[in-house]
Design a protein around this ligand. Structure first.
Ligand code: UD1
Length: 422
């Protein structure tokens, strides 16, 4: 298994291009199932999660061509051959559940394996299922699979989500585009990935209003057509790389970044003493002077502070002057990076959903282990700032969500390399 070796201490200077959003692309790809016309996605990220979604769609009979070295995905579902998403693929990636809504809407039936447990908490799919049921789907849970049918076709409905869920909003939104009548999604997620999906569906002919607010209204249509859509920039990759000069010192511009994608995160960086300025090319980040100051962070659905940046900002706060309080409100058990950071000399006390971080002057390099996607990159950030060598193992987690990490950071002066294992 590959490892990543980092020699810390070098301030970073330069530019880092930000890729298309993994989480947007994982919702946009299943939208192909809604139409027999071609769907082309540009600015796709090149990641193992995207390859997993490709394999899942191919198993349903979708033609997927990867063009321009993977940056363009041409999808066609004119000839679907199956409606069953197998456990073997679904267990690798929870986002596989996103084929359920579109398959049901287009084919009237679907069988999707339940995703099962996940390292960052229980993560059920009840909200997805309840929304589809409200639209007339008949569901049965059997042998670890959701067996879904819509004898009379999906019908528009008022769906009020008990809790804000990105995935459930996406599944219901896609299903509603082909339902009979009007669907209103209340307490919907407002993440930029939802807005991006709604834009793509609208380009395919869907009638949608209110995306980006807590209430989305969808007028069902008979059929959807094809479209070409550019995937929105990855706000989590953006936030991650904004932290690189914040933790090492230096001056880095994240190309293609927009402050509106990371407003609550950038506010916290400013509060800590890091300047984030939007330029014509992206977001320029510089650490103002000396160590950053401790800040308090609580994760929340968009536009709140993203849970997917909690591990990374913790790495920064480990080196801050003073104490910081990090509260995780979205997922239980999402502090698995804390003990690894402590191996590097960080002082962190985790009590339930709250981590208290007391900053130290300098982290020390150590062998550490990635436990999930965002945890893995927080260890890389910590390694960039640490004295000596840090070896991060289990980097297959990293490859799910970050392309070319070594090249992107290396081009700004970081001493980082991938050590190939067998
Ligand atoms: C998406 C992102 C993930 C991010 C998360 C929260 C993708 C592919 N993944 O995940 O990176 O961390 O949003 O921003 O876009 N819940 C239920 N029942 C459900 C669904 C969710 O109780 O049916 C709970 C979850 O356990 C969690 C909360 O709702 O506590 C939010 O999860 P959700 O927004 O659904 O996350 P995902 O869409 O899985």
């Amino acid at each position: 298994m590959d490892q990543i070796m980092i020699r810390g201490g070098a301030p970073l200077h330069g530019e880092i291009p930000i890729a298309g959003a993994k989480n947007a692309c994982l919702a946009l790809m299943p939208a192909t199932l809604l139409t027999d016309a071609p769907l082309t996605l540009t600015n796709a990220p090149r990641l193992s999660d995207i390859r997993t979604m490709t394999a899942l769609l191919q198993s349903l009979g979708v033609e997927v061509s990867s063009l321009h070295r993977g940056k363009v995905l041409a999808l066609s579902s004119h000839d679907l051959t199956g409606q069953r998403a197998d456990y073997d693929i679904v267990r690798k990636m929870r986002a596989s559940i996103l084929v359920l809504g579109p398959l049901l809407a287009r084919c009237g039936r679907a069988e999707v394996s339940l995703p099962g447990g996940c390292a960052i908490g229980a993560r059920p799919v009840d909200l997805h299922l309840r929304a589809l049921e409200a639209m007339g789907a008949e569901l049965e849970l059997r042998d670890g699979y959701v067996h879904a049918r819509t004898p009379g076709g999906l019908k528009g409905a008022v769906v009020e989500f008990e809790k804000i869920s990105v995935g459930a909003t996406e599944n219901a939104l896609m299903a509603a585009t082909l339902a009979k009548g009007t669907t209103v999604l209340k307490n919907a997620a407002r993440e930029p990935e939802i807005v991006d999906l709604a834009r793509c569906l609208r380009a395919m002919g869907a009638q949608i209003a209110g995306e980006g607010t807590g209430e989305i209204e969808v007028q069902g249509v008979e059929r959807l057509g094809g479209a070409t859509h550019q995937v929105v920039a990855d706000r989590i990759e953006l936030g991650t790389y904004m932290l690189a000069p914040a933790i090492t010192g230096g001056d880095v511009t994240c190309l293609g970044g927009k402050l509106e994608l990371v407003a609550s995160f950038a506010e916290k960086l400013e509060e800590a003493g890091v300047s984030c300025e939007e330029t014509a090319h992206g977001i320029r980040v510089t650490r103002r002077n000396g160590r950053v100051a401790g800040v308090d962070v609580a994760t929340a659905p968009f536009p709140g502070f993203p849970t997917d940046l909690q591990a990374q900002i913790m790495a920064l706060l480990c080196t801050a002057e003073g104490e910081s309080r990090l509260e995780e409100t979205i997922f239980e058990n999402r502090f698995m990076h804390a003990p690894e950071l402590m191996r590097m000399g960080a002082r962190i006390d985790v009590q339930g959903g709250v981590a208290t971080v007391t900053g130290v002057e300098r982290l020390k390099g150590a062998p550490v282990m990635a436990t999930d996607l965002r945890a893995s990159v927080s260890l890389i950030l910590a390694g960039l700032a640490a004295e000596g060598e840090t070896m991060v193992s289990r980097v297959y987690h990293l490859d799910r969500g970050y392309e070319k990490v070594e090249q992107k950071l290396g081009a700004c002066g970081a001493h980082i390399e991938r050590v190939s294992g067998e």
